[in-house]
Design a protein around this ligand. Structure first.
Ligand code: NAD
Ligand code: GLY
Length: 361
């Protein structure tokens, strides 16, 4: 089993383990009961994940709420249903909510846990690659509003993350690649994570593509561990995104605009991120911020992993730019870009000429 301990520097008492292994779901309550004094659990999941893995979490102390599947259900109506259910089953302050699913379920269940009775214990059981390497770690929890994604939320750390890599066996190729986009993101920002150790993620990805695509579990576990070590290092230094944490949005300035103008329907989040990473590498090359060698290596890695790097539709450039301007990270109309500046190193930049920003679109 792989283990990563997440610690938050600013709040010394906050720390929790991420456990990564095959088959963790079969003994989930053994691990959960080590991390919480809860007597009762509300398992939040969706129809698809429930049909695949719900049985494994059934227990005399657990009640379930099974939600419809999809990003369009990550909203306040569904959040209210979780809260209603918690009240109905008389979940008490020392009880806990368990999120069983991908990032949609994790974000929504976490937000419910952060507000129910002013905050109860919360356990993440991520079942997508994206959730295992990114969304289940670091405490960002939220729901969407029709005017913006993740605009209603909070920072609320779980008590435990259980990443059972067996769940990745049932993930379809498209969702697996969506997670890989976030994995490659960590390779491009590794040095800026200040993790105190070099995990050589870029090289690991170059060497292990076939094993990763064949879902070789020891390799997947190592991969997830490295991503969690990098993310937890960033979150440790800057939990509330006052500065450094913004680097986790590498490629996301373009990605959020792509998702926004396509109504969150055409591309998965990871597909938008891989297109966004290609655009940002093009922009950095145009500005001579990176060497041609590094540019070629980075683009080759994206292409070796068969990630989507081009828009498949014609888009209106002005609408695209307006979508970038309406992102919640924009301050005083300055669009912030997490820009590659050296190998595996990034820096936040703004005041970039609009023509250059839009050149590659
Ligand atoms: P998702 O939760 O919608 O899951 C993708 C699809 O896979 C869904 O249909 C789901 O039912 C299905 N699924 C889940 N586990 C499965 C399994 N083991 N086998 C087969 N199918 C399975 O999407 P996601 O990509 O996991 O997460 C995207 C969400 O995460 C977005 O809402 C995004 O905003 C959020 N996010 C949050 C953070 C954060 O830091 N909190 C970071 C990145 C993304
Ligand atoms: N996924 C971005 C963050 O956690 O900050």
């Amino acid at each position: 089993m792989e283990k990563v301990d997440v610690k938050i520097k600013a709040t010394k008492e906050t720390s929790y383990p991420i456990l990564i292994d095959e088959g963790l779901l079969d003994e989930a309550y053994d691990y959960i009961k080590n991390c919480t004094d809860a007597n009762k659990f509300l398992v939040v999941t969706n129809t698809k994940v429930y049909s695949l893995y719900g049985e494994k979490l059934k227990n005399d102390d657990a009640e379930f709420i099974v939600l419809p599947d999809g990003e369009e259900y990550k909203n306040r109506d569904i959040l209210n249903k979780i809260i209603d259910k918690a009240l109905e089953i008389k979940l008490e302050r020392k009880d806990a909510i368990i999120a069983l699913g991908g990032g949609v379920i994790g974000d929504m269940a976490g937000f419910a846990a952060s507000t129910y009775q002013r905050g109860i214990d919360f356990i993440q059981i991520p079942t997508t690659l994206l959730a295992q390497v990114d969304s289940s770690v670091g405490g960002k929890v939220a729901v969407n509003h029709k005017l913006g994604k993740n605009v209603i939320g909070s920072f609320y750390q779980p008590k435990l993350v259980l990443a059972d890599t067996n769940t990745l066996n049932t993930l379809d190729d498209r969702q697996f690649k969506t997670g890989l986009a976030e994995v490659l993101k960590y390779a491009f920002i590794e040095k800026s994570c200040n993790a105190g150790e070099d995990y050589h993620l870029f090289e690991f990805l170059k060497e292990n593509k076939d094993k990763i695509y064949n879902k070789n579990h020891p390799v997947l576990q190592e991969l997830i561990k490295i991503c969690c070590l990098l993310k937890s290092s960033v979150v440790n230094q800057d939990e509330k995104e006052k500065g450094l944490r913004a680097i986790l949005n590498f490629g996301h300035t373009y990605a959020h605009a792509i998702e926004n103008i396509t109504d969150y329907k055409l591309y998965t989040h990871g597909e938008a991120v891989s297109i966004g990473m290609k655009f940002i590498f093009d922009l950095a090359a145009e500005l001579n911020l990176i060497t041609p060698n590094y540019y070629n290596d980075a683009i080759k890695l994206l292409s070796d992993y068969n990630l989507t790097t081009q828009l498949s539709i014609n888009i209106d450039i002005e609408s695209f730019y307006n979508a970038m301007l309406s992102d919640k990270k924009v301050k005083n109309k300055a669009i912030n870009f997490v820009m590659p500046v050296k190998e595996k190193e990034v820096s936040i930049m703004n005041n970039i000429d609009k023509k250059l920003i839009l050149k590659g679109i």
